[in-house]
Structure formats: structure tokens, C-alpha cells
Design a protein around this ligand. Sequence first.
Ligand code: ADP
Ligand code: ASP
Ligand code: MG
Length: 424
Amino acid sequence: MARIVMKFGGTSVADLDRIKNVARHVKREVDAGHEVAVVVSAMSGKTNELVGWVQNMPKVVGANSPFYDAREYDAVVASGEQVTAGLLAIALQAMDINARSWQGWQISIRTDNAHGAARIQEIDGADIVKRMGEGQVAVIAGFQGIGPDNRIATLGRGGSDTSAVAVAAALKADRCDIYTDVDGVYTTDPRIVPQARRLKKIAFEEMLEMASLGAKVLQVRSVELAMVHKVRTFVRSSFEDPDAPGMGDFLNPPGTLICDEDEIVEQEVVTGIAYAKDEAQISLRRLADRPGVSAAIFGPLAESHINVDMIVQNISEDGSKTDMTFTVPSGDVDKAIKVLGENKEKIGYDVVQNESGLVKVSVIGIGMRSHAGVAATAFKALADKGINIKAITTSEIKISILIDGPYAELAVRTLHSCYGLDKN
Ligand code: ADP
Ligand code: ASP
Ligand code: MG
């Protein structure tokens, strides 16, 4: 007997038939004698609808912030998961399984105060563990917890993955299965590149880079938690027949295992390609080339919670003036330009230019640590396709390249095949 946490994403619970299908997956593990806790997302599209409703409400008159009250945003958007948890508990009960639904505050899943993007701080799993021992299945609403102000707090988009891994760590589960609409983690998004290959295993560090650099199959924070708490996490499909042979295999379930790198015997140089849309580039022209200028630019941007990514500073031709270019998410451009304008005197630049609609494509692989020439291969392959590179950043296990938006899919496909990742 083992303890398993099973998480089902939005498309897996998109309608009543799919919720009944999810119940069959749960029943399979219960019948095998395992203790089971389930974490569910809202039905597909529901969270977007709830967010849209909040955004279309009138703003507080006279408020100098263009944003709504984040606590009430959380009260509204967390409701989707409550519905699915209740419906799945009903479906399980109808199959003669002792099941009970739980919201974040009932467990409780304690978070910090960052409403809308809260982080889980502590989970009190004692009651759930006791009930699991008595044969009860806990059906937990993902994406939500309770903040220090005793109000519902949500974990950021895609946050049910994080709920699941955090619950698995708190309950000391033997495994955390993330069920979704693809049957594992692929070498790149299989919806963009049909030649993408499913990976049997991927190292935590690589998955962390893939998720941070745009692969939305797992929320970044969930991978961090899995890595820190050594949670054995599988990504697998809810669309396969729950009773097909091998589906209940405890050691080798179908899907992709996220694990320590030493568990991966044949490490490829490049494991995967990720991409992130909606990047924007901002350039400060004819900037004073002196100590402190970077601090004058990036300090105020950080204080305004603007996430700066790639940074390129040109060599100064005359020793007194230079150009600085960096990227931010497209949605933050207006805010960034405003902050830079407010600090123009202090920074000392001539003009600011910006360009939106760019895409960052990234090549990821632990094998890069010990192989030279990986970046050069990417640059040559992109050049052969006539794709212009606007900026580059590298780390030990990744190379990120900024390009024009319309070339995104071509670039992902090109990089995928130039490293031999295509199927067959
Ligand atoms: P869920 O609703 O189950 O949480 P998501 O839509 O958040 O599912 O994540 C699954 C999607 O992630 C897939 O449908 C796929 O298009 C996308 N995806 C992006 N990159 C990858 C990748 N490398 N491997 C698998 N899926 C990926
Ligand atoms: N329902 C939430 C969202 O759409 C959380 C999740 O699905 O993981 O972002
Ligand atoms: Mg998701």
C-alpha cells in the first residue's frame, strides 16, 4: 500500500462526463489499496471567465490604482475549484467510494499575503492523513489557500500543480501524479511541433528551466517544491482508458517522471525547447557610461515589480555614452516606460525606444554543462532560416534567444530538429 496524490487539470474535468472519467482513475488506485488524495482544477475555461468578470467590474471611484481589490479577486476566481471538488466527491460517492471535498481554508493550506500570486507556507495534513487511514479519499480544491488575513488566497495561474505537489510533500506521499491533456512532458510543446518526443524522465533542473521559459505543462513553483521536497512527480494523461493495462503500475506508470539527474542514465546534450510569447524589448539610447547607471535603471523597475529578463549593454564608442537594451513582459511595457520617464534625470539617457510582440525561444539541457558548441549550432540553424537574433542570454544549462514574434513556430521547429530531437 502506498500514498498517492492525483491532480487533474482543467481539460481533465471540463464537463460532467470527464469528471466521471476522473473518478474511474481514482477508483483504480483506491481498489489497488492505496491511500489517495485528489487535487482538482476548475473546469476548463472557468477561471478565465471568472477573471474576466472581475476585470469588467467598475473600479473604486477615486482610486489611484487601476486595479481591483486583490482579496475580492481571489474570492471570485477561487470558486471554480470549489465546484469541481464537490462534483468529483459526488461522482466518487456514487461509485461507492468514501470521499469528501475540501477547500484550502478547511485543511488548512496556509499561504503568505500576496493575494493573486500567493505562496504556500504550511499545510496541516493531520486530519487528511487520519481520514485517509480510515479509507476516505480527500478531494482538494487546487489553486487556493488561506492567507494570514484569514481570507482566501490564490496561487497564480496554473497554481493547482503547486497545490498538488505541496499536498504530496505535506502528506509524505510516495507519488504525485499530475494528470493533464498530454501523456507526459515532451521535448517541446507537442501542439506546436507534432514531431516532439515524449520524455521518459526529465531532471528537476531541466523541468524548472522548461517551465520558467514558457512550457506551461507545470507551474514553475510546483517544480521548485518537487525538487526541494524530493516529491516523485509524474506527468500523465487523464484521457487514456483508466483501466488499460499498465495504468495502475506503481513503479512505472505511463508518463514522464520528474526526478534527480542521477536517475537519468542516458543524458542527451539538449533535452527540450521552450518558448515564451509576449516579450517586449526596451532600449535606452545615449546613456551616460558611468558606474551606478545600471542600478539607477533597474532599481526603480524592481521596486515597481517589473520583471526584467535579458539585458544587453553595448560597448561605448567614445567612452562616455552607451546604449542599454533589456526585455520585460509585453504587459509591463507601459508601466516600465513610465518608471523610466520618472527617473530620466537620475539615469541620464537621451531617448527610450520599445518594441513588443517578441518571442523568446530557449534550448535546455543539463548535458550542455559538459559540451561545447551547443549555442553555435542554434545560431547557425536560425541563420540558415533567415531568422534574426535580437538578444541572447545563457546559463549553464540553457540558451535563450529573442526573435521577432512571427518567426516563433519556425524557430522552435528549427531548433527542435537541429538538435536531433524530432521523432524517428
Ligand atoms: P492542465 O489544464 O491539465 O493544467 P495545461 O494546459 O496547464 O494543462 O498544460 C498542458 C499543456 O501544456 C499541453 O496541452 C501542452 O500544449 C502544453 N505544453 C507546453 N510545453 C509542453 C511540453 N514540453 N510537454 C508537454 N506539454 C507541453
Ligand atoms: N484554475 C486555475 C487556472 O486556470 C489553476 C489551474 O488550473 O492550475 O489558472
Ligand atoms: Mg496547468
